[in-house]
Design a protein around this ligand. Structure first.
Ligand code: SAJ
Length: 415
């Protein structure tokens, strides 16, 4: 099974590193994206997203001629679809990008091609994708009707890399390969073996879909447990971070960390794909989502309490609130679905003109905060009357917390 040309559809946080890694193994890679700016940037050997070392790998791949980006799909031997799968207002998964991508590649498919869905997807999405392609190409046969004899092989191989460590995890992590038939799985495993040093473990498409959702739901449920504990401990006057450190000394206990809520495009989204398919049965998974989604509200309440305490001492005080951090987690610049941004926004609405924010990894305020708050240096935040820790960036951990008087620490860096 040789793959001369590989096409990656969707050149975002997953697709671009994947395309670049294939290209670094001297495969001819055609990256496809509807965003003309992203395509032009990549063809200049530059990148439009932030991920350590990705700029070097993409630059080398483009200048050596192994990677090019286009807006319209071209023929290839394997197609990897890595497009977003957001949810709609009612938490129902939105497969619109997968539908567009599969319809866009359908005209260039030929007998023997492999199509892999990498996007995190609800159970059944791979079969749906194959159905869209079959509808567009009645002259080709697909696994849902022709099994092992099909012209086109189809599989789901979810990505599971951690933002900030993508290039390492792409190569080292084990890979779950869910083919629609055994031949589909074997072909997909052969493709990933081009660069994956971890094990390629074979299953079926539905199990692979559920596996990815399960991994992120497991993390969400565990973070919700930590967040619930933090609220309970606050009422009982117990330091939750000390409590967790102590409990984790038990050999079979490993509690995650509480925070201001769960952000990013994965953990806060994927569990809903399980809930929307099995609403009556997904009690814990839904409750975890609700606990984590409500955490920013609780943080705002704690900040209100601090401010009220100060006003009780001096009702004319011009209180300034200084927020530390905007990104959705430590030491990255990604602010997608960040609880820190939401908290800053709500605070600025409650206390207009009194909220400042600092984040060493964020150069400009996001649009939703423009005109509401001001991005300043950490030193400026330290002069505020109430300091709110929203992200545990390494720069914030180094501050002299013993000498900072009034703060709300949602990440436990002060103790
Ligand atoms: N968080 C906590 N407490 C913790 C851990 C995380 O509050 O103890 C918060 C973070 O601050 C952040 C959110 O959860 O707001 C998510 O961060 P994360 O580091 O848990 O996960 P992501 O979204 O960066 O990446 C996850 C990973 N999944 C798992 O670890 C099971 C990654 O491997 C996946 O590939 C990725 O989702 C994805 O793309 O699905």
């Amino acid at each position: 099974m040789s793959f001369e040309t590989i096409s990656v559809i969707g050149l975002g946080y997953i697709g671009l590193p994947t395309a670049a890694v294939f290209a670094s193994r001297k495969k001819k890679v055609i990256g496809v994206d509807v965003n003309k700016n992203a395509v032009d940037t990549i063809n200049r050997g530059e990148i439009h997203i932030v991920e350590p070392d990705l700029d070097m790998v993409v630059h080398a791949a483009v200048t050596e001629g192994y990677l090019k980006a286009v807006t319209v799909p071209e023929p290839a031997d394997a197609f990897l679809i890595a497009v977003p799968t957001p949810f709609k207002g009612d938490h129902e998964p939105d497969l619109g990008y997968i539908e567009s991508a599969s319809k866009a590649i359908a005209p260039v498919l030929k007998r023997g091609d492999l199509v892999i869905l990498e996007s995190t997807s609800p159970v059944g999405a791979t079969e749906q994708m194959a159905a869209w392609m079959a509808e567009a190409r009645p002259d080709l046969t697909f696994p849902q009707t022709h099994g092992e004899e099909s012209d086109i092989r189809v599989a789901h191989c979810p990505e599971r890399v951690l933002p900030g460590h993508v290039l390492r995890e792409l190569v080292q992590n084990d890979r779950v390969i869910g083919g629609m038939t055994t031949k589909c799985s074997d072909k997909a495993a052969a493709l990933y073996k081009t660069f994956v040093e971890g094990e390629c473990v074979i299953t079926n498409a539905r199990t692979a879909e559920m596996c990815k959702l399960t991994e992120n739901s497991f993390r969400d449920v565990n973070i919700a447990f930590a967040n619930e504990l933090s609220i309970i401990c606050d009422k009982l006057d117990i330091n939750v971070w000390e409590l967790i450190r102590l409990a984790n000394r038990h050999p079979r206990v490993n509690i995650l960390q509480p925070g201001p809520g769960v952000g990013g495009h994965c953990i806060a989204v994927d569990p809903w794909f399980i809930v929307s398919k099995s609403p009556a049965e997904s009690k814990i998974i839904r409750a975890a989502r609700e606990v984590n989604d409500k955490k920013p509200e609780w943080v705002l309440h704690k900040i209100d309490q601090k401010i009220n305490d100060l006003l009780a001492m001096d009702k004319d005080m011009d209180i300034v609130i200084g927020c530390l951090g905007l990104s959705f987690k430590a030491d990255i610049d990604d602010i997608r679905e960040s609880p820190a941004v939401e908290i800053c926004k709500q605070l600025s609405a409650r206390y207009p003109g009194r909220v400042l924010v600092a984040d060493p990894n964020v150069a400009d305020l996001p649009n939703e905060l423009l005109g509401l708050t001001e991005l300043v240096d950490v030193a400026e935040i330290l002069k505020a009357d109430v300091i709110v820790v929203l992200v545990d960036h390494k720069e914030f951990k180094k501050l002299d917390w013993a000498n900072i008087k009034c703060y709300v620490d949602t990440r436990g860096i002060s103790c």
